[in-house]
Design a protein around this ligand. Structure first.
Ligand SMILES: *[C@@H]1O[C@H](CO)[C@@H](O)[C@H](O)[C@H]1NC(C)=O
Ligand SMILES: *[C@@H]1O[C@H](CO)[C@@H](O)[C@H](O)[C@H]1NC(C)=O
Ligand SMILES: *[C@@H]1O[C@H](CO)[C@@H](O)[C@H](O)[C@H]1NC(C)=O
Ligand SMILES: *[C@@H]1O[C@H](CO)[C@@H](O)[C@H](O)[C@H]1NC(C)=O
Length: 227
């Protein structure tokens, strides 16, 4: 009598565990699928992004780690347009977000500051507007921040000075205003700083003289004093 009951209970438990696993695995897939629906994709590069699969690790342009968690999204030159959804900040193990050379518009979600494993944020050559989120300054792992050739406004956040692993900061050709933050002089790892073709004002901070690894500094085509 007890054995079949036990078997039934075991089966139900097994089912629940499977459901729970499915639910936790599918979260990152849900985020990416929601992003797929928010984009226009005329070249149909996202056709493999199928929410019926347990996780997004088999999807094209998505790479996972051994725990089936997304670490890369590679969609440069993909012909996609539309906004970046705030939910992207939930891809907690993401290291590379490569969305350059598309037609993305709207603003950069402040939630991207939650991507605390991010190494590279490449959103260059799009139509992004609005300010550079201050929250990006919390991503201590960030090495490459390339936002050039967009329509970003507002000033360069002082918080970017907290990015002490940053190697490339490229904000070239946007509509950025205000002064170059003195705090950038604290990024000892910085090798490439390109801020030209913006509307920056004020003087070049002396602190930039501290950047002993700097190989490339481009500030022209701004309204800087003494440049
Ligand atoms: C983005 O582009 C689409 C299509 O041109 C447009 O409908 C939408 O309003 C734009 N969004 C923003 C925030 O500019
Ligand atoms: C992500 O970031 C936003 C804005 O910075 C914040 O309000 C939100 O609570 C964060 N979410 C998580 C899950 O950490
Ligand atoms: C980051 O930088 C800002 C402005 O420079 C500063 O006020 C803030 O305390 C820093 N945050 C962290 C977490 O270091
Ligand atoms: C950076 O440069 C400024 C101005 O030249 C100087 O006052 C400051 O002590 C330097 N900071 C570091 C961390 O070297």
């Amino acid at each position: 009598m007890a054995a079949p009951r036990l078997a039934a209970i075991t089966a139900v438990l097994g089912y629940l565990v499977a459901l729970a696993a499915l639910a936790s695995c599918s979260t990152e897939g849900d985020i990416l699928y929601k992003q797929r629906l928010a984009w226009k994709d005329p070249k149909n590069v996202l056709r493999s992004w199928d929410p019926k699969l347990a996780n997004p690790c088999t999807w094209f342009h998505v790479t996972c780690n051994n725990d089936n968690s997304v670490i890369r999204v590679d969609l440069g030159n993909a012909g996609i347009s539309g906004p970046l959804i705030p939910d992207l900040g939930g891809l907690k193990n993401l290291q590379y977000l490569e969305l350059y050379h598309n037609h993305l518009n709207g603003s950069i979600p402040t939630t991207l500051g939650n991507l605390t494993n991010l190494v590279s944020l490449d959103l260059y050559s799009n139509h992004l507007t609005g300010a550079i989120p201050t929250t990006l300054g919390t991503i201590g792992t960030l090495r490459y921040l390339r936002l050039y050739k967009n329509k970003l406004t507002g000033s360069i956040p002082e918080s970017l000075g907290n990015l002490t692993n940053l190697v490339i900061l490229d904000l070239y050709s946007n509509h950025l205003t205000g002064a170059i933050p003195t705090t950038l002089g604290a990024i000892g790892t910085l090798g490439y700083l390109r801020l030209c073709k913006n509307k920056l004002t004020g003087s070049i901070p002396e602190s930039l003289g501290n950047l002993t690894n700097l190989e490339m500094l481009e500030l022209q085509k701004n309204a800087l004093n003494g440049s």
